[in-house]
Every structure is written in structure tokens, then in C-alpha cells.
Design a binder for this molecule. Structure first.
Ligand code: TUI
Length: 310
């Protein structure tokens, strides 16, 4: 079976989501050392902060790793050059079209893996030279599209020759096997890693993920064009209520969410912080070491153990 392990030189065909403010060098090192592909999530950080994170990560692992570039960031262009200078082996992108950067990354021998929310963008990315694509369903946490993992993964897999990595809703070995049956050659996980010992977020945030049930996430910001899936709390409810009020401006709504991810991650403010998480939070039952999480996703898998081949 040819999968992401061959493309990236990793033990498990699992990559980590590029979670802004959360995917620091500590989490990325834990994932890479456990046999997956760890990533620094550059989010809204400036180029110097991301460079520092890369250098700290290199001290903690000699395994392959990557950087996720959030293309809505004003620093995306500077970071796109810096990853070349720093010899980063893999770049994933999100929240936009990385077309303008792909050629220079390929010339620098970087493996390029964009998130694509549709078949059309997948085809464009393949033509532009992407090595693989991440197909992220609306089950995912953070900034999401409309389509589900279950429907989008097979459609993009049918349309492309490069490997598809399924994301959104995968937190255990059943989701892992399902993704492969749908045509994926690897998976990306995020929410389940929030509840890891090595994840640097506040323990209150981890506990909210662990105690979440199936119906506990909601998408805010559908009206602003930046839909974001979070765990329901006072902030999310206030946001949704304001969105229905025609007298409230987008600026007022943005003031409410401004800095709210940081409030969740650093202060553990479970009421007014933005607790980004996917629908798989309902599957996450305890805080575990990253190594155990990756092993529990892959080792019981029918595919990984060779009991089935797709
Ligand atoms: O990017 C993510 N998830 C994120 S980014 C983020 S930071 C943020 N916070 C608030 C508002 C907005 C961003 C939190 N979570 N996932 C990958 C992803 N990429 N999801 C959807 C897309 C995407 C959307 C449109 C990728 C490409 C795209 O292309 C549009 C185009 O230009 O063709």
C-alpha cells in the first residue's frame, strides 16, 4: 500500500492540523517523534515568531515536520520565503489559494500540501504542482467550508492523481479506516490532539473538549464569510444572537471575537474564549500522551495491520 508514509518518510500516515496559537513546537515535536508529521501552525504570527518556533522544533526532533501557513494572515508572504531559508521539508496551507507560492516551494524541494475545500481547487492545485491535498470537511474545528468529509473525500480522490489526506471528524481508528475506504491515503487530526498531554493549551480548554458531547459544537460567522466551528459557550451564543440582529455591525461582532482564541488558549476562559474544536470532540474521552493517541488511531486499524488493503 502506497500512502503518505512513503511521500513524507513517516511511520504513521497521520499529519497534525495547523492550529493557530496551539500548534507550537512542543506539540509538533510530540507528533513528529510519535511517528506522524508535526506542524507549526503559523496562524497570525509574524515571520520572526514562526522562525523561532521552527528552530525550537528542530532542537526537539530529527524527524520530518512541517509548517502550516494560514493564507489570510498579513504575514503569509514573508513566511512563504522564510520556510525556504529554514529548509522546512513540508508546507501545508489553509484559508486560501497558495497558487502564487507553489513554484518557488517546489524549486526549494519542499513538499506542498494545500487544504482544498472543493474538487475545482484540488484540480488547480494538482496542476500547479502540489504533492498532495488535504480535504477538510465541515466537521473540522476552526475555519470550515460547507461540505462533509464523507462526500468530499471520494469526489476529490476520484478527480486527482496525487494523494488525498482526509480531515474533519477523524479521532479514532474507525475514522482512519473510513477515510482510506473513501479514497484517502492519509489523515489529518486536530481536535483529538487538543486533549493531549503535550498540547500547550490551558487545561480548562482540554477539559471542555473531553466533556463535549456530539451536539456541543456550533459554527459562528457564517454571515461574515469566515465561518468558524467552536465549542458552544457564552461567547458563541452571544455571537449567534448578534448575527441575527440587523442593527449590529460586523465591527461590533468582530470586537466580540477579537482575541477570543487567545483567551481560550492562554487564560482558559471557557465562557468568553473561542474554543475552536471539531465535531469529533464528542469522541474524545481523556487527555493522553500524543504517542498513545497516534498508536490508538493506527495500530487497531484494519488497514494499517494489513487485514484489508485499499
Ligand atoms: O484554515 C483552516 N482552519 C482554520 S484557519 C483559522 S484562523 C481564522 N480564524 C478566524 C477566521 C478565519 C481564520 C482557524 N481555523 N482550515 C483549512 C481550510 N482552508 N478550511 C477552508 C479552507 C479554504 C477555504 C478557501 C482553503 C482554500 C480556499 O480557497 C478559496 C480560494 O481562494 O479559492
Amino acid at each position: 500500500m502506497s500512502d503518505l508514509r512513503d511521500l513524507l518518510g513517516i511511520k504513521y500516515p497521520v499529519i497534525q492540523g495547523g492550529m493557530a496559537n496551539i500548534a507550537t513546537h512542543e506539540l509538533a515535536a510530540a507528533v513528529s517523534n510519535a511517528g506522524g508529521l508535526g506542524l507549526i501552525g503559523s496562524g497570525g504570527w509574524d515571520v520572526d515568531r514562526v522562525r523561532d518556533e521552527i528552530r525550537s522544533l528542530k532542537k526537539l526532533t530529527d524527524k520530518p515536520f512541517g509548517v502550516n501557513i494560514m493564507l489570510m494572515s498579513p504575514h503569509a508572504k514573508d513566511i512563504s520565503d522564510m520556510v525556504i531559508e529554514e529548509g522546512v521539508p513540508v508546507v501545508t496551507t489553509g484559508a486560501g489559494n497558495p497558487g502564487e507560492y507553489i513554484e518557488k516551494w517546489k524549486n526549494a524541494n519542499i513538499k506542498v500540501i494545500p487544504v482544498v475545500p472543493s474538487v475545482a481547487l484540488g484540480i488547480r492545485m494538482q496542476r500547479a504542482g502540489a504533492d498532495a491535498v488535504i480535504v477538510e470537511g465541515t466537521e473540522a474545528g476552526g475555519h470550515v467550508g460547507e461540505l462533509t468529509t464523507f462526500t468530499l473525500v471520494p469526489q476529490v480522490s476520484d478527480a486527482l492523481d496525487i494523494p488525498v489526506i482526509a480531515a474533519g471528524g477523524i479521532a479514532d481508528h474507525r475514522g482512519f479506516d473510513a477515510a482510506f475506504v473513501l479514497g484517502a491515503k492519509g489523515v489529518q487530526i486536530g481536535t483529538v490532539l487538543l486533549a493531549s498531554e503535550e498540547c500547550p493549551i490551558h487545561v480548562n480548554y482540554k477539559n471542555k473538549v473531553v466533556s463535549a458531547k456530539d451536539t456541543d459544537t456550533v459554527v459562528t460567522g457564517r454571515n461574515t464569510g469566515a465561518p468558524v466551528r467552536v465549542l458552544k459557550n457564552k461567547m458563541a451564543k452571544a455571537y449567534l444572537k448578534m448575527a441575527k440582529d440587523p442593527n449590529i455591525t460586523l465591527e461590533e461582532m468582530e470586537k466580540l471575537t477579537l482575541g477570543s482564541l487567545r483567551k481560550a488558549v492562554f487564560d482558559g476562559d471557557i465562557h468568553y474564549g473561542s474554543l475552536m474544536a471539531g465535531q469529533s470532540a464528542g469522541l474524545v474521552k481523556s487527555i493522553r500522551p500524543v504517542k498513545d493517541i497516534l498508536a490508538s488511531i493506527c495500530e487497531p486499524s484494519l488497514l494499517f495491520t494489513g487485514k484489508i488493503d485499499v
